[in-house]
Design a protein around this ligand. Structure first.
Ligand code: ADP
Length: 172
């Protein structure tokens, strides 16, 4: 069971499930959400409509349609509002609930983007720490999920996750 950090494009990942850093409408948006909808094709939006949105920190699943991934797990991360609006807890919930949904759907491999650290402005160092801690703890008890990949789009994000993983391992 392992967590891997790579630099790349999540829409190209041939895994059981990719996670989408969605917004609460689940009707598409910019950033990674826009890229996933473009690559999956218009059926993804049609599958999202009947879900009637998703609260922040929760997660919902659809097929991956034209993506190489079998499923898309949609989770709206928190918008950073100074850190006093339960942003850390909500970001933890996004990773945790996405992994639980992957587990319920018997996924072995899951890929995440860096949730909330783009347009939602969650501080990268703290966001990476929450992601790594939540994923590593989850992997200790998972039955189906065995490979989790953090797919970092840019250099700065990649280096932040590599540092968070090495800090986590030193703490163990
Ligand atoms: P949020 O609104 O949750 O902050 P964003 O899409 O703005 O979501 O950004 C989240 C992260 O996803 C950022 O690090 C951004 O660079 C990254 N990102 C954008 N496109 C892709 C992609 N195709 N694959 C992986 N990560 C991506």
């Amino acid at each position: 069971m392992s967590l891997n950090i790579i630099q790349g494009d999540i829409t190209k990942q041939a895994v059981d499930a990719i996670v989408n850093a969605a917004n609460t409408t689940l009707l598409g948006g910019g950033g990674v959400d826009g890229a996933i909808h473009r690559a999956a094709g218009p059926k993804l939006l049609e599958a999202c409509r009947p879900l009637h949105g998703c609260p922040t920190g929760e997660a919902k699943i659809t097929p991956g349609f034209d993506l190489p991934a079998r499923y898309v797990i949609h989770t709206p991360g928190p918008v950073w509002r100074g850190g006093t609006h339960q942003e850390a807890k909500l970001l933890h919930n996004s990773y945790q609930n996405s992994l639980s949904l992957a587990e319920q759907n018997k996924c072995r491999s899951v890929a995440f983007p860096s949730i909330s650290t783009g347009v939602y402005r969650f501080p990268l160092t703290q966001g990476a720490r929450i992601a790594v801690d939540t994923i590593q703890t989850f992997l200790t008890t998972a039955k189906f999920v065995e490979n989790v990949t953090m797919v970092c789009f840019d250099d700065r994000t990649y280096h932040a996750y590599v540092a968070a993983l090495s800090n986590h391992i030193q703490k163990e």
